[in-house]
Design a protein around this ligand. Structure first.
Ligand code: ZN
Length: 216
């Protein structure tokens, strides 16, 4: 098995699809492994890439977020200052974390929870094994921000969202940026609790570019 970035797609053009927002139950289900690599999987990868690129700031997306309960993710942190040694566009079918090391807190957002960001401890280095869209074995060794985004997207395949990962409600912050989608009821409820706890004042910790960027 060689160490290489997964292939972005097989050349076909994808179509941006609507992104599901919590509390859509599909986001909470276990995604299924793809038993074979076929044109449907290739089309799904292409649609994931197209959808990710249609949302500025989005650096990753998982198939359940566009309504497909399949273990497929795409990640692209190209150009992000926190990921100078990134692999470029990555698409992975049936990905699994085979090694994780280190731990660091970082703030994450999610297109499926548009009203929140969360400070989450993640491994600083991961090795992820999976298949390319052509069925080749792929092994990605990722560090820092790229490793964080991969862990976020793989969580989606197990129905895990960012607010499941925080140690306390103090690690959640309402997002103050405008959104392309209206927050869902579930997001509003969590957001309201966070705002209430903070005396009704909405504020964003950290701030600055990248602190609140969508991870997808
Ligand atoms: Zn997400």
């Amino acid at each position: 098995m060689s160490i290489e970035a997964g292939s972005a797609h097989d050349g076909r053009l994808g179509v941006p699809r609507p992104v599901l927002v919590a509390p859509d139950l599909l986001l909470r289900r276990l995604a299924r492994r793809c038993p074979e690599l076929n044109s449907r999987v290739a089309a799904l990868v292409a649609d994931l890439l197209a959808t990710m690129r249609s949302h500025p700031g989005c650096v990753g997306l998982a198939a359940p977020q566009i309504g497909a309960l399949a273990r497929v993710v795409v990640v692209d942190v190209t150009g992000d200052s926190r990921a100078p040694d990134a692999h470029g566009p990555i698409s992975l079918v049936n990905p699994e974390i085979v090694l994780a090391a280190g731990s660091q807190a970082g703030r994450e957002g999610c297109l499926s929870l548009p009203g929140l960001t969360a400070s989450i401890q993640r491994a600083t280095k991961v090795v992820v094994a999976g298949l390319s869209v052509w069925g080749e074995d792929v092994l990605i060794e990722a560090r820092g921000f790229e490793a964080r985004v991969l862990q976020h997207e793989l969580d989606h395949l197990d129905g895990v969202l960012i607010h499941d990962r925080v140690e306390s409600i103090a690690d959640l912050s309402p997002r103050t940026q405008p959104f392309q989608q209206l927050p869902s009821d579930e997001t509003r409820q969590v957001r309201r609790r966070v705002v209430d706890q903070r005396g009704g004042r909405e504020r964003e910790e950290g701030g600055g570019h990248g602190q609140t960027g969508d991870r997808g």
